[in-house]
Design a protein around this ligand. Structure first.
Ligand code: GLN
Ligand code: ZN
Length: 755
């Protein structure tokens, strides 16, 4: 009989219990012991659920209070000196301080591969020492065992852990491998002693471009680990294929290898011809762990059968393509969706059910599972036949708009026109769009959604919020104002709710970072904008002030990237449809007198294919879609964009090709580390490198902001520099935001005087 593995289960909880518990602890409502209890309950629930669903290889230590990369850094004692750690177990508060900052800045945060999950970037020094400081993997294994459940402890593999980190001075992190391995050897020994038969080592970095020297180090590392303890190692790769390194990885001395056959279907052929080492188990990632569509098991079954025949049933594992961290918990919770539509969806629970169904079909033959199998087929068929899925009107219009898209005047011309029209000072100050979503804002929204507040009352509540926000921004002295985005739950969901072709779930949350979750909408059909989406709020804000108010839109690539996308049309084609819908909004805003329009593309970079060879193609269509979203605006209308990640060096030419007037970038958290590459690109647009790290509750001092600003003004011509935070302020509290912005503006004024 074949096995079923989960690789990793969503950790945030069926109803985001983890979020509530951890935030409760942050707010002092929960003690450390209560937090530990809540976490243990959640782990128990996850294990029991997977057990009931028939999973054989149930993961342990895939749980984390904040982030599994941070857990690993803590486990191996990679705590940067500034935290004042002197060895021994890392306590809860130090752990959270590394994540969120406190007395000192936190670890940097960056996107996990091409997902919208963010991990904390480990920091190493060339003389980095490692030491095992935590029993978390062993404790969680024992915790499950006490519940009568055998688990497979999961560790982020040593190679990926190092490669995901940052070496001070820029050396290669794998130089530390031989120093790190003894810690992993020790963990493997401890897990073996505790009774673990298998240990899962995640090495997603093996699917990235890797040099032969790096691969040689991988081999050496796994030779050592194989000798450390008699546990079976399941080497798990995902998010892509192993490319030219397949053979090498295949020959590593491990008991099992997991392949992502959704992203790398070419490995089916490899599996048909590779030598099958004795005792080797192969884990087939056949159910898409990155999407929410019910799987086409009719397509999967005939591919699995020959592998089963070659390897033998007891040496084949059926698994999702990657850990299920990036899909929501359970589609059965979506009670408000039409049951037909719900039947199209597969969240973590359904994916495990699909694996189970697949196994039964393999073991018992299709006859044994006829009913469930036809239900699966019927769900797929009903989706294909649904009216909104293919709309000829939408397709024809998108073709037409894309064909006629007019070009704008050169930036120098636009610059002059906009300067005259907007009359902004040197180092103009602005924000990225959202202001704190206070308790009152969230309560009013909930009340309006549940019918406790009449639509007109809610609208006037929002107008009051906007008015208050505009007044305060004016009082602070910001130059380009925003309306505050109080009407938006989320920058993507807000648009998804108003566009045709999208559906929005109620509980479809996935972790973004720490306790922050996002609820990606689902694009199931052709996308169109039936009516204006933001014009009323923006023009209301503009009616209250003479200063320019920025219209705030989410860009097509980001909407695509932060949604679950249909799998029956290319991403490019879907993106172009969204671009045309956003363009309708841009032109309406302009017509309504809005002079500055920001089209956020924080996710443009995260959409970059993981392999370098695939990137140019993606950037081409992504940039074309972005430009389509503003095609036809007048030259005096100032187009901004915003991106929030600190690494730009590899996409500066795409940024140039986006041809905006102003770009704001995340830069504060990394101390402007990437600004030199932006400067070197000599962009023609103005640039607002973030000078206030909004991911941390810390309020920056004037001097800190000034130092960052001074750095920006030495790297860039000062007349090109804007002053703004790293990102939107919606997740911060008012008590943090207003003083921080005051400091930011003071710093800008002081800086202006020196120029
Ligand atoms: N305008 C959005 C905001 O301020 C941008 C958010 C983002 O870049 N993630 O919230
Ligand atoms: Zn941002």
């Amino acid at each position: 009989m074949t096995w079923i593995a989960t690789l990793g289960f969503p950790r945030i909880g069926r109803r985001r219990e983890l979020k509530r518990a951890v935030e409760g602890y942050f707010a002092g409502r929960l003690t450390a012991a209560e937090l530990a209890d809540a976490a243990a309950n959640l782990r128990a629930e996850r294990w029991r659920l997977q057990h009931q669903l028939g999973v054989d290889l149930i993961p342990a230590n895939d749980f984390s209070l904040y982030d599994h990369v941070l857990d690993t850094a803590v486990m191996v004692g990679a705590v940067p000196a500034r935290f004042g750690w002197t060895g021994g177990p890392v306590g809860l508060d130090l752990y959270f301080e590394m994540a969120r900052g406190g007395r000192v800045p936190p670890l940097e945060m960056t996107k996990w591969f091409d997902t919208n999950y963010h991990y904390l970037v480990p920091e190493f020094t060339p003389d980095q020492a490692f030491a095992l400081t935590s029993r978390k993997p062993v404790d969680e294994f024992c915790e499950a065992r006490a519940l009568g459940i055998r688990t497979v402890p999961v560790l982020l593999g040593p190679v990926s852990f190092l490669l995901l980190g940052k070496m001070a001075g820029g050396g290669h992190p794998l130089a530390l491998l031989s120093r790190l391995l003894p810690v992993y050897e020790e963990v493997l020994r401890q897990l073996h002693a505790a009774g673990a038969a298998w240990v899962q080592l995640d090495e997603p970095c093996l699917v990235l471009d890797r040099t032969a020297e790096e691969m040689a180090q991988v081999s050496a590392a796994y030779e050592r680990l194989a000798a450390a303890a008699p546990v079976k190692v399941m080497l798990v790769t995902y998010f892509g294929g192993l490319g030219e390194h397949f053979e090498r990885v295949w020959s590593l001395p491990v008991h099992g290898i997991h392949l992502d056959l959704v992203r790398a279907p070419e490995h089916w052929d490899d599996l048909a011809r590779v030598r099958v080492p004795d005792e080797r188990v192969v884990s087939l990632g056949v159910i898409d762990g990155r999407n929410v569509w019910r799987a086409d098991l009719d397509a999967v079954l005939p591919r699995v059968s020959p592998v089963l025949a070659r390897f033998g049933g007891e040496r084949v594992v059926l698994a999702p393509s990657c850990p299920l961290l990036h899909v929501p918990w359970d589609a059965a919770q979506e009670g408000k969706l039409d049951p037909k539509v719900r039947s199209w969806l597969s969240f973590a629970v359904q994916k495990l059910e699909e694996l189970h169904l697949l196994r039964r079909a393999l073991d018992e033959g299709e006859d044994g599972v006829r009913e469930a199998w036809s239900a699966q087929r019927a769900a797929l068929a009903s989706r294909r036949a649904h009216p909104g899925v293919v709309r000829q009107d939408v397709r024809a219009r998108v073709e037409a708009v894309a064909a006629e898209a007019p070009a704008r005047a050169p930036r120098a011309v636009r610059r002059r026109l906009q300067k005259d029209r907007l009359g902004l000072p040197l180092l103009p100050t602005t924000t990225i769009g959202s202001f704190p979503q206070t308790e009152a804002v969230r309560r009013a929204r909930a009340d309006a959604r549940q019918g406790r507040m009449a639509p007109e009352a809610y609208a006037s509540f929002l107008r009051e919020q906007i008015a208050r926000c505009v007044r305060r921004q004016e009082a602070l002295g910001l130059d380009v104002l925003v309306h505050g985005e109080f009407e938006r739950t989320d920058m993507v969901e807000y648009f998804a709710e108003q566009l045709d072709g999208f559906l929005v779930t109620e509980h479809g949350w996935v972790q973004s970072y720490g306790t922050r979750c996002v609820k990606p909408p689902v694009i199931y059909g052709d996308v169109a904008r039936p009516r204006p989406m933001t014009v009323a709020w923006t023009t209301y804000a503009q009616s209250l002030t003479d200063r320019p108010v920025k219209g705030m839109l989410t860009g097509p690539v980001t909407i695509l990237q932060w949604s679950f996308v249909r799998d029956d049309l290319s991403r490019e084609a879907v993106c172009r449809q969204i671009a045309v819908a956003i363009r309708d909004e841009v032109l309406d805003l302009e017509r309504a007198g809005i002079r500055v329009i920001q089209i956020d593309e924080p996710a443009l970079r995260e959409g970059l294919p993981l392999r370098r060879a695939d990137r140019a193609l993606y950037l081409d269509w992504a940039v074309a879609c972005f430009r389509l979203a503003y095609a036809g605006v007048r030259d005096e209308t100032q187009i901004h964009t915003h991106m929030c990640y600190a690494e730009f060096s590899d996409i500066t030419s795409a940024i140039a090709a986006m041809d905006v007037d102003v770009i704001s970038l995340e830069a504060a958290r990394s101390g402007m580390a990437d600004l030199p590459s932006i400067a070197a690109a000599r962009l023609s647009c103005d640039i607002g490198p973030g000078v206030y790290d909004i991911h941390s509750p810390r309020i920056p001092e004037v001097a800190e902001v000034r130092a960052l600003l001074a750095k920006a003004c030495t790297l860039l011509p000062p007349e090109q520099v804007w002053v703004n935070p790293d990102c939107g302020l919606k997740t911060r509290r008012e008590e943090e935001v207003w003083p921080a912005l005051t400091h930011m503006i003071t710093a800008a004024r002081e800086m202006r005087e020196t120029l």
